[in-house]
Design a protein. Structure first.
Length: 393
């Protein structure tokens, strides 16, 4: 037991430091002569420590024990979960292991149970977008979609919407893979493919559970999409996610999946595309001037070629790990499906037409929402470039 104590301390310290540093993920990566530990902080991986190779096996075993995984099985990927309490807050760690030539690599996703209880007002929405989302998701039926790459905040947004709608007068059911956060008063079901419980089979059962609101973790195939559409057509509000670059592309993706355009037009009420960019450390920032013409790519209206605009950038400090950033902010693009957009969907109109119709109805593109936050000193042009112009699928 005495020999185990240092390893227990190391494993605990590794997790506690990650929480202290506001990391979203911990990577434990065996290499040829050592074990590298990296934290993903504000969306970017940073090296945290190097662990001696001699501690690799006991450290990996300790983490697998904590996650209730089979420590004897090292040849195949495994998944597990760790629940911990740190400084009076509850955290869930979703643990994944994969075999590599140098040993098992462990990745732990840190889920702060309290962070999901924040309202839409703290997710970086403009007042206009927040009001539209609240209006759309207050409708008794229809489908509201969130889209974006993995790690763009889709789940947090969906949970925040559910928390707002979750009252004693409504029955809310979710099907997720996996359940990331447990929500009081909501029936959450986790996909179990080995037992035959898929998104589609769960959805069929949900329709017999007298639901008002259904959340589908992700629409991955035609069968799931068709049942979700059936649910929204029969008087239910359905929330779900897709992976597309922008909001208008979501309807085209559904057509590509095999969904009839008239069904999409009849059910989809709104699509929210989003990204997460790093937030300038508000305690350590400085102003600087740039030519207004440099901001044209973000949709900035330049009237005077000589005009300069005051922006802000973070100042490296130990509080922000010498990055100049602290925390993240959402960048959003909200397509409200009106009659013109519906007509275009039915006609299988090209993406450019859908974008123009969305913009005519008040949609601000991701880059334009990014510009709003750049001008407000919340983030900087480099971050908007990184997450909007370079993020692909």
């Amino acid at each position: 037991m005495a020999e185990q104590a240092p390893i227990i301390k190391l494993a605990n310290a590794l997790i506690q430091q990650a929480i202290y540093d506001r990391a979203s993920d911990i990577h434990v990566e065996p290499q040829h002569r050592s074990v590298r530990v990296r934290y993903r902080i504000d969306g970017v991986l940073m090296e945290a420590m190097m662990v001696p190779k001699s501690l690799q096996a006991p450290l990996i075993s300790r983490l697998k024990i904590m996650a209730d995984m089979n420590i004897a099985e090292r040849r195949i990927p495994q998944d597990g979960r760790i629940e911990i309490r740190h400084q009076n807050k509850e955290y869930d760690l979703r643990v994944s292991s994969i075999p590599t030539p140098f040993g098992e690599k462990i990745v732990m996703r840190i889920l702060d149970k309290s962070s999901i209880l924040i309202g839409l007002g703290k997710l970086g929405f403009t007042d206009e977008n927040q009001a539209k989302i609240e209006e759309l998701t207050s409708q008794p039926n229809g489908m509201f979609l969130s889209t974006g790459p993995t790690g763009s905040g889709k789940t947090t947004t969906q949970y925040s919407v559910l928390n707002r709608l979750n009252t004693v007068g409504v029955n809310v059911i979710t099907i997720e893979e996996p359940i990331e956060y447990q929500l009081n008063g909501i029936a959450q079901v986790q996909v179990n493919r080995k037992a035959g419980l898929t998104f589609a089979t769960a959805l069929r059962s949900f329709l017999r559970q007298d639901p008002d609101i259904i959340m589908v973790g992700e629409m991955r195939d035609l069968e799931t999409a068709e049942i979700a559409i059936e649910a929204s057509l029969t008087g239910h509000l359905v929330l779900s996610t897709l992976h597309t670059n922008d909001a208008p592309s979501a309807t085209i993706r559904m057509v590509d999946m095999g969904v009839e355009p008239y069904l999409i037009a009849a059910t989809v009420i709104g699509v929210l595309a989003q990204r997460l960019g790093r937030r300038i450390d508000q305690s350590h920032k400085e102003a600087y001037a740039v030519p207004a013409i440099d901001l044209r790519r973000f949709g900035f209206n330049v009237t005077d070629p000589e005009e300069e605009v005051t922006l802000y950038r973070g100042v490296p400090h130990e509080d922000n790990r010498m990055t100049g950033y602290r925390g993240r902010v959402g960048l959003h693009e909200l397509l409200v499906v009106n009659d013109e957009v519906r007509e275009l969907i039915v006609r299988r109109a090209p993406l450019t037409d859908l974008k123009e119709a969305g913009k005519a109805n008040g949609m601000k593109e991701l880059r334009e929402d990014g510009l709003v936050k750049v001008l407000a000193g919340v983030t900087d042009p480099q971050e908007v470039m990184r997450v909007v112009f370079t993020a692909g699928f």
